[in-house]
Ligand binder design. Sequence first.
Ligand SMILES: [Zn+2]
Length: 542
Amino acid sequence: MSGWLLFICCGLLLTACTSKKNADLLVYNATIYTVDSSFSTADAMVIKDGKIVAVGKKSKLEKEYQSKNNLNAEGKYIYPGFIDAHAHFVGYAKGLGAVDLVNTTSWNAVLARFSDFKTDGDTTSWIIGRGWDQNDWPVKEFPTNEELNKRYPNRPVYLSRIDGHAALANNKALELAGVKAGDTISGGIYQVKNGRLTGLLIDNAMDKVAAKIPDPSLTAMKTLVLQAQKNCFGVGLTGIHDCGLDYETVEKIAALQQCGELKMRLYILLSDAKKNYEYLAKKGIIKTDRLNVRGFKLYADGALGSRGACLLHDYADKPGWKGFLLSNPAHFDSMAALIKKNNWQMCTHAIGDSGNRTLLKIYAKYLDGKNDRRWRIEHAQVISPEDFHLFGDNSIVPSVQPTHATSDMYWAGDRLGKERLKGAYAYQQLLKENGWIPLGTDFPVEDISPLKTFYAAVVRKDAKGFPANGFQVENALTREQALRGMTIWAARAAFEEKEKGSLEPGKFADFVILDGDLMTEPEAGVLTAKVLKTYIGGERVF
Ligand SMILES: [Zn+2]
């Protein structure tokens, strides 16, 4: 047999023995942060049917797999798709249809944003705005509605504050809702000055007026939600925990996902309302590849900015005032019993040290030591030094938003005083309790960008680079911790760590390609890192 023939025969034999497995996509020439348990990196990965089948060295993977498509990542950096563990995706979407009042520098600047609505000819449709923050104004006082009444005597106006815990309504809106001066509501305030309503509504007082705002139609909602999704893919998000929706909205979301246009993976917490508990009890836990509903969002108290957070002692800048709980402790207790009985997840917004203590103690009563129920405290913002251990003792998950620290740092000290401030935004201390901590933004209260979360968590500065030495840096997270918080730990907070949150075989091929290395980039480079591509289930969506 000639040498050539022998060579060809052996070649055929070898190919037959090592027939390659088929795949859809080989990604190579990258630094892939897998965020697996040992935080390993790789230079290539193989994807099939929307899932990762192998991660490792290109030279090795090429021998094993025959891929239909190849993606040269050109030496860039790949991370698991970012997951925001606390946001309001639908609220953000609806906000895209409202007048944007974020970053207004005065009440007059707010009014100027309505220049398109000069005439009051239209007497039916609502003017909705969101995002004002009196803490950013020269006069840091709540606005009143006189000017809105003058301009829009016949048209309802509703402008919510940046934190969603206060709103300003004009008289037309108050009238439609049937709110009168002197009305009271538990867990809220209808502000009155000189015997008349000022239009300022705090916490529960917003509900009656907000309920009158017509819900967008499914078509209108679809347009807004798809725009919101596009924005979120653009910043590298592939998963979002939406904290507090009614079941009717969940059904709309499920319908949009089923028709294939809404691809975002959503973990939805239902709002604390009887109809929602009844719905989930009847329906059972909802779980598809893109939708997971098994938890409830409750509110212990309001926000620190509007002094609605419930504190153990008086506000430093308002003697005689401690804020308030939004419901009676008996309510939280009975809901905890119901949630435990049904094996659901309880997630409660708690900002003040009293709000936190009340809920931590109720949680502890039902959880009773270490467990895997993953009940969460959303924000866990101001914690009394005596209460931190309750998180670890009862495996309670603090779900925190690092950009809140750097947005609030300008005035949080005024509200709390120096001593109490030490137990606020204490993410490293909270992380130590269970060894893991999910991170989010609370958008639209904050910007949607996960890179801002990473930056705030690691350097404790805002996007302007303030303060030079960082805010309470003893509570900064390491870069690895911050990345875990935005990926695998966020997945874990939703019972989804086996399917997403890291780039490992068997998991969804949800990943993002950045032009920067988050682990080694100088500080400023973290904020300017660009999202180049976003993939969800192996499909490029940005
Ligand atoms: Zn929130």
